[in-house]
Design a protein around this ligand. Structure first.
Ligand code: AMP
Length: 280
């Protein structure tokens, strides 16, 4: 496994692979790997010859009061885990390599970025689409994989690829959970033991929502109310949003129709957790 820090070096190496007909897969990450990240590596390894994992804590997707500085990092551990999982190249650039000073050009998937997480994180998705567009230009992958854990992000990237004609196949991989149902996230390490104990209420409430819909409940308001009631049984939980939206445009629905999912953001202390499940 090679660790590459410079765009120029990466282009030379990947150019050789491409010339010899190898298919290249990209897994964009911010590091601090857990089984969620590793599942993306597994999903793409079956489909390509060369697996590139990018590891970059992207300042452009953090708001001024967010956790950029304290975002968990452990490059040596990530390197070891990636190696064991059969990654070929880790692209691990410095900030200056990615963002020349000054930097003026951003990619934004307008409307989809303003709802759900975009309401409280107004510049977040512009940062995500900009870094992913740059990574697509740098790596020129045949396939890139994203986790359903960040459903809005995955949907936005799929739309960016369609709108801007990136010749990249986007694969969306299922959410990997802890044994108690909590969606794996690098940010789970911020949780205190008490918060961690209460956090599985999020997925429990979403599972109940799926059951309600399966039993025939058509009313989105009723399902949201049930989720809210359950999450509120956890004293440390503070709900940011519970929304039931359409997959294709993230518009809220009143009646649960095929192609809708429920997405939630819940704070435990300062830690903001997100989760989602498909309802129908
Ligand atoms: P991050 O390092 O948090 O930016 O995540 C990198 C990629 O891993 C993104 O595509 C995430 O959606 C995905 N990911 C993070 N957590 C999970 C999880 N629990 N299950 C599946 N994919 C995940």
């Amino acid at each position: 496994m090679q660790v590459i820090k410079k765009i120029g070096d990466l282009r030379v190496i990947l150019g050789e692979y491409r010339k010899s007909g190898k298919r290249i897969g990209l897994v964009p990450t911010m590091g601090y790997f857990h089984e969620g990240h590793l599942s993306l590596i597994d999903a793409i390894r079956e489909r390509v010859d060369i697996v590139v994992v990018s590891l970059f804590v992207n300042p452009a997707q953090f708001g001024p009061d967010e956790d950029l500085e304290c975002y968990p990092r452990d490059f040596e551990q990530d390197e070891q885990m990636a190696k064991e999982r059969g990654v070929d190249i880790i692209f691990y650039p410095d900030k200056d390599e990615i963002y020349p000073d000054p930097f003026f050009t951003y990619v934004a998937t307008e409307d989809l970025s303003k709802v759900l997480c975009g309401t409280s994180r107004p510049i977040h998705f512009r940062g995500v689409t900009t870094i992913v567009a740059k990574l697509f230009n740098i790596v020129q992958p045949d396939i890139a994989v994203f986790g359903r854990k960040d459903a809005q992000q995955a949907i936005i990237i799929r739309k960016m690829v369609e709108d801007l004609n990136f010749p990249v196949e986007v694969v969306i991989a299922p959410i990997v959970r802890e044994s108690d149902g909590l969606a794996m996230s690098s940010r789970n390490t911020y949780l205190s033991p008490k918060e961690r104990k209460q956090a599985p209420i999020i997925y429990q409430s979403l599972k109940k929502a799926v059951e309600m819909v399966q039993r025939g409940e058509p009313d989105a308001g009723g399902v949201k109310h049930s989720i809210r009631q359950q999450i509120e049984t956890a004293p440390l939980a503070r709900i940011e949003y519970i929304e039931i939206v359409r997959e294709r445009d993230l518009k809220p629905v009143k009646v649960i129709e095929p192609g809708t999912f429920v997405a939630v953001a819940v704070f435990f202390g300062k830690t903001r957790l997100i989760d989602n499940v498909v309802l129908k």
